[in-house]
Ligand binder design. Structure first.
Ligand code: AMP
Length: 443
């Protein structure tokens, strides 16, 4: 094709593509107001509760080697087999977007030599996770999680501390009717015996199971117990229960967990079918739910998060033996619940709003903002606006107690007007007393 024609072809293709806006990927969502305000609120509550329980913050990468998840979450799990965003980089590395946080946290624990840190090591993080699932209400392909992990103790009281903290956190977010379900899935030894029993039980029923469960039968028999498919439900009732197969040590551990829960008044529901089918879990596993009439599905229980003990995880990644326990919460689900109660979101507020009239005042206001960096007075301003009315409207929207008004006269006199936004009373002060006056007046 002659070059000119080729270029013309390209231009018309480009024009065509202008008519088709690029849209967000299926299952992804922008976090915009008001959801983003709930996200911010949740994060600040996390920070407060984390420091109360002695957790430090860390960030782990979104992208990791696929092997990290294969080895710790498990190569036969749905998460790794069906849901992981996995690809090869230009350099040939086989990588994956994290489908969950624990694997990365454990890798970080090992790689940063945290076994040499003062013990116990308590860490929390927050960020997006990715799973290629069927998007539906409350289920996304990119979703945010809050993750708390407690390293270096096998003591059953730690399981209870971690669960109590999860409940405390959810209640601090303002969620009512938080319900904790728990179970024990034993250790590698007793779980093996249980797996065999479960296989014996399900063998004759295999052809009546859903397609997924048919394949789980060989790959990950425990996952049959948390299948939500209608056709598999009737078989669960008579299935053998893990609690009947716990070895002596696991049994004693779980009894202590239940004993501590009762002593502390931490309410729980024993759920023998709760298995959390990831490879790294052992002994205590738990999930947090909320149940109220406003949930999607009218009263159905909504899973807010879950976790458990993962004493094997460091060994699975060839690290030093380190018992640990933790949980992850789904941020969108919690934000949706908060959105149902508009009172739960605190509106943005400032103490004083700067209102400027004329070009020199605009520049002066911008110069003053810098000085308030380390001052406890919260200020608002918008030097992009000229209309007085619009600026006062904005001051009202931020519930400002005071407006600091600077016009031509004030620039000339080196003063400012302080207007009480409730009474409307105005006073004039020298500009160099601005900080002191505001500190003194702001309640
Ligand atoms: P999991 O790691 O699967 O136990 O998930 C912990 C919590 O994260 C769940 O209880 C949900 O609240 C949330 N969650 C998990 N998967 C998704 C998803 N695809 N979309 C939104 N939230 C999710």
């Amino acid at each position: 094709m002659p070059r000119r024609k080729k270029e013309q072809g390209k231009v018309s293709r480009d024009r065509k593509s202008l008519k088709h806006p690029v849209q967000i990927l299926k299952g992804m969502h922008d976090v915009v107001y008001p959801e983003v305000a709930y996200f911010e609120q949740l994060r600040s509550v996390c920070q407060e509760v984390a420091s109360r329980y002695g957790y430090g913050f860390l960030e782990v990468p979104v992208l990791e080697h696929q092997d990290l998840f294969k080895k710790s979450v498990g190569g036969t799990t749905d998460i790794v087999q069906k849901e992981m965003y996995a690809f090869k980089t230009r350099g040939g590395d086989e990588v994956a977007l994290r489908p969950e946080f624990t694997a990365g946290m454990v890798r970080a624990y090992i790689e940063n030599g945290m076994s040499n840190w003062p013990q116990p090591v308590k860490l929390w993080t927050w960020g997006p996770a990715f799973r290629y699932e069927n998007p539906q209400a409350g289920r996304y392909r990119q979703f945010w999680q809050i993750d708390f992990e407690y390293f270096t103790s096998a003591d059953p009281i730690v399981d209870v501390e971690v669960m109590q903290m999860g409940v405390d956190l959810l209640k601090s977010f303002g969620i009512k009717n938080v319900c904790l379900e728990l179970n024990s899935i034993g250790c590698w030894g007793c779980r093996d015996t249980y797996r065999k029993q479960l296989k014996n039980y399900y063998r004759s029923k295999k052809r009546k199971l859903c397609l997924d469960c048919k394949s789980r039968f060989d790959k990950n028999i425990l996952r049959l117990l948390d299948c939500k498919n209608e056709q598999c439900q009737p078989f669960k009732t008579d299935a053998p229960q893990m609690l009947d197969y716990l070895c002596k040590e696991c049994n004693a551990h779980f009894k202590k967990v239940l004993g501590y829960c009762e002593e502390l008044g931490l309410g729980y529901v024993l759920n023998p079918f709760l298995v959390r089918g990831l490879d790294y879990y052992n002994r205590t596993v738990f999930e947090f739910f909320t149940q109220n009439s406003e949930n999607e599905g009218g009263g159905a229980k909504l899973a807010l998060g879950g976790g458990g003990r993962f004493d094997y995880s460091t060994q699975l990644l060839a690290g030093p033996e380190t018992p640990a326990c933790g949980f992850a919460l789904g941020v969108e689900r919690i934000a949706t619940l908060l959105g149902k109660d508009p009172k739960s979101i605190s509106e943005p507020t400032v103490d004083a709003y700067f209102v400027q009239i004329g070009e020199p005042a605009r520049v002066r206001v911008l110069g003053l903002i810098e000085k308030f960096k380390r001052c406890r007075v919260r200020i608002g301003f918008d030097v992009g606006r000229e209309s007085l009315r619009a600026q006062f409207k904005s001051a009202d929207r931020f519930h400002a107690q005071f407006a600091v008004i600077i016009g031509e006269k004030e620039i000339f006199d080196n003063t400012f007007i302080l207007r009480d936004m409730v009474s409307g009373i105005q006073e004039t002060f020298p500009i160099d007393t601005l900080m002191d006056v505001l500190r003194d007046r702001v309640k």
